[in-house]
Write a new protein. Sequence first.
Length: 331
Amino acid sequence: MQDRELYRQILGIEKPWFVERVELKLDEGEVHVYLEHGEVASWACPDCGSQCKLYDHQPERQWRHLDTCQYETILHAKPPRSECGEHGVKVIQLPWAEPSSRFTALFERLAIDWLKAASQKAVGEHLGLSWDEIHGIMERAVERGLNRREAEPIRRLGVDEKAFRKGHKYFTLVNDLDRPRVLYVAEDRKKSSLDGFWETLTEAQKEGIEAVAMDMWDPYIASVREHLADGETKIVFDKFHVAKHLGDAVDKVRRKEHRILKAAGDDSLTGTRYDWLRNPAAMEPEDRKAFNKLRNSGLKTARAWALKETAMALFGYLRWTPSFGQKIGSP
Ligand SMILES: [Zn+2]
């Protein structure tokens, strides 16, 4: 089931944890996501961080997570317990929730966002939370706010869009690239989807951001420019996405030129589509010989290809500026 990978990404589940299965309960309006972990040599003691062996697992617990597409989303897992020489048997710190909470960290953040705009009663009714549950969420938020003042800087961010339900729905995910973890999730891929993230950071954290990696997606670019000082100098386009845009451009040139040549009875470009997309270093010697002839020809496609190769070689030096961004961003 493809949704397993989606839920893994939305929940920010990292190895050794994985999504074992996803159960959709349509009548109840619920999605149940079952997490399990692979074999690991050791688990960190929650008190001292030293690597300990697995002691056992607690019985299965549940955490309410952000709704996904209007479905109440519930995680299930059996928390492992580590056995530390000094601190004894302890439940490990799970990556998706604080120890005392029945809600995931992201769910609590959603509730807090709503509490800023609406009464506790309204939020409680809408999210199906009791008075006590709302208070627990608020208490933990205050504590987090205090911790955040001493929060470590986040230097490098990654912003990704994830398609869901075959592209009918999108999510925006913000990752910390240095200590891989999901920092933020929002529905859709609009400017406003990313705007909410910046409010979760302190001024010092915003100033400390050195780079934001992302696809060339105008709403994200606009959000970074609005919220970070010198935002446009901090945007880095993912190499994979740049390669894809350049590859598409070469292919466009090839198609056009092929049509013109073919009309004149010349099939120099017939059957060469994939040659232009491959790395010559990975070709068989025979193929490479044939391709070298093509790339050294006076064809426009060969020139477009050479431009792409040069741009990719320069990638290590690429720095986004508005004019450059527009040039490579427009097809
Ligand atoms: Zn310990």
